[in-house]
Design a protein around this ligand. Structure first.
Ligand SMILES: Cc1cc2nc3c(=O)[nH]c(=O)nc-3n(C[C@H](O)[C@H](O)[C@H](O)COP(=O)(O)OP(=O)(O)OC[C@H]3O[C@@H](n4cnc5c(N)ncnc54)[C@H](O)[C@@H]3O)c2cc1C
Length: 112
């Protein structure tokens, strides 16, 4: 965050402290724990723009209720292929967050 620059040259710099930077930082740390990642944010704290719970619809992109993922074809049938693709991606991200919840959060809570 602004004002908390580390003395070590960062391996990776992330602009913005929204959910995308946070997720990318966690993924990168999982792949390479020794990475030194620096995150910059112009606002006073993390997740104050679109990622703030009050600034988005909060439905998650499971693609279950997004009409733009299920366009109508010229013959009147509905194309659900994009909805299926997005749903798989959503499930993959849920698996990732479940893994973090199970493997990392307990050790953070216990301080081990
Ligand atoms: C009205 C609305 C409804 C939505 N509904 C849903 C929904 O139901 N389901 C869903 O999954 N998604 C939804 N979204 C989308 C979702 O909220 C966004 O895709 C997601 O939060 C984007 O995260 P982000 O980290 O990319 O951006 P942000 O959360 O906006 O984070 C970007 C950060 O970067 C900072 N920043 C910008 N420029 C700089 C700079 N030069 N230097 C430092 N910091 C900088 C900003 O201050 C901000 O904090 C919705 C979005 C909106 C606007």
């Amino acid at each position: 965050m602004t004002g908390n620059r580390s003395a070590v040259e960062p391996d990776i710099v992330l602009a913005g402290a929204g959910i995308m930077s946070a997720t990318l930082a966690v993924l990168l740390k999982e792949l390479e724990p020794s990475l030194n990642i620096e995150m910059f944010e112009t606002l006073g704290g993390a997740a104050q723009e679109s990622s703030d719970a009050w600034n988005n619809a909060g439905t998650g992109h499971a693609a279950n209720c997004e009409l733009n993922y299920t366009p109508e074809r010229s013959d009147g049938t509905i194309d659900i292929s994009k909805a299926l693709d997005v749903n798989v991606e959503f499930d993959l991200s849920r698996q990732f967050w479940s893994y973090l919840e199970m493997s990392i959060v307990p050790s953070l809570r216990s301080g081990v």
